[in-house]
Design a protein around this ligand. Structure first.
Ligand code: 1CP
Length: 340
């Protein structure tokens, strides 16, 4: 197996930084659309052979150092009773938003049988990978998943979510505790099915104040990480907002913190306890730019991180759907030519 990714995740020395990209198995690839035109997004997630086909696209076409399970962070919300759909150009929608104590009480927590298709997909993907590179499993963090359940879909300002947190904190905590329980069970299901690493996505934590982040997000992530059957499975904690929240995130004891693009990555790494690796942190918009710019920005980051154990190259957030495929391919070539 190519162990670059796992070595860096455990802060061991590597000959070059390993690379994978958030949202690497997605809409910027023409081959993704060939599959997407035939099935709905949830059909793709729930059919193990198709989920495996999509997971393998960036492995075969880009040569990345780690694969990520093709699924979505919102499948936990669906399993708990959310009526989830994805509409092209609009995004995710929960038709039955969760806004009252009664709504929260109606959500179920013993739901692993409804997520068995993910375990099945992991087994098919591992057969396809055949030991070549590690497979990353993932879940959404409770705050981010709660925001979709409460808002009923995507949100710009998280107004209803914050109103619930501020006016009825006990209801918000009840909801977060339920999501955290399902998420820990779900990640342990993924570990049992054979993933080699876990990433927790708290995509919208940046919307929270320092205090609210600790009360409504961090403590649940901490609880989830503490409940994982980690063995030799590294845990990556990602949030949009990590430039600010990294010191709090470290208290949950992840192996890796995935950093957005606002911060200087070395400064963040130096501020963390020894043994926590960093992942990041190229601004994904750089991948729209001309190739010499892409190369210059990647090499600038790598020169800054030269000599550091515990550095995984990634973007500060996911690849946008209209980034040219050729630019992503070029970026990966630049990365793989680099030697420390
Ligand atoms: O390579 C991969 O990363 C693919 C697997 C993957 C992952 C890790 C998908 C497929 N979604 C996710 C996680 C995810 N889903 C996050 C966290 C990552 C991040 O912050 O980028 C979030 C916030 C979601 C929610 C979601 N699902 C959105 C965002 C909507 C918003 O509020 O801005 C969207 C558009 C989806 C649908 C979705 N999930 C994945 C894909 C490829 C798609 C698009 C479906 C389509 O083809 O229309």
């Amino acid at each position: 197996m190519n162990t670059l990714f796992l070595d860096a995740a455990f802060s061991k020395q590597t000959e070059r930084p390993p690379v994978w990209m958030m949202r690497q198995a997605g809409r910027f690839m023409p081959e993704y659309w060939e599959i997407k035109n035939k099935y709905s997004f949830l059909e793709m997630c729930k059919t193990p052979e198709i989920a495996a086909d999509v997971t393998m696209l960036p492995v075969d076409l880009l040569g990345i150092d780690a694969a990520i399970l093709f699924s979505d962070i919102l499948v936990t919300g669906e399993a708990m009773g959310g009526d989830l759909s994805f509409t092209q150009g609009i995004g995710p929608k929960f038709a039955n938003p969760v806004r009252t104590l009664k709504d929260v009480e109606a959500l179920e927590v013993d739901v692993l049988d409804r997520l068995q298709y993910v375990a099945d997909a992991i087994k098919v993907i591992q057969q396809r990978l055949n030991g070549s590179i590690p497979l990353i499993g993932f879940a959404g963090a409770p705050f981010t998943v709660m925001s979709y359940l409460v808002e009923g879909g995507s949100s710009k300002d998280f107004k209803l979510t914050k109103l619930l947190m501020h006016n009825q904190p006990e209801v918000a905590h009840k909801l977060l505790a339920k999501i955290a329980k399902v998420t820990a069970d779900y990640l342990n299901l993924q570990i049992a099915a054979g993933v080699n690493a876990i990433q927790i996505f708290d995509s919208w934590a940046l919307a929270l104040s320092w205090n609210d982040y600790q009360e409504f997000s961090h403590r649940y992530i901490q609880e989830i990480i503490a409940n994982l059957n980690r063995k030799d499975i590294p845990v990556i904690s990602f949030c949009k907002g990590s430039s600010v929240f990294a010191p709090i995130m470290a208290e949950a004891k992840p192996d890796v913190i995935s950093v957005d693009w606002n911060a200087d990555l070395l400064n963040i790494k130096n501020s963390l306890p020894a043994g926590i690796a960093v992942q990041g942190n190229l601004d994904p918009h750089i991948l729209y730019a001309d190739k010499p710019v892409i190369k210059k920005e990647i090499l600038r980051l790598f020169e800054r991180m030269r000599g550091q154990n515990g550095f995984i190259f990634n973007l500060g957030h996911g690849i946008m759907p209209d980034i040219p495929f050729d630019n992503v391919k070029y970026a990966i070539e630049v990365i793989k030519e680099f030697k420390y």
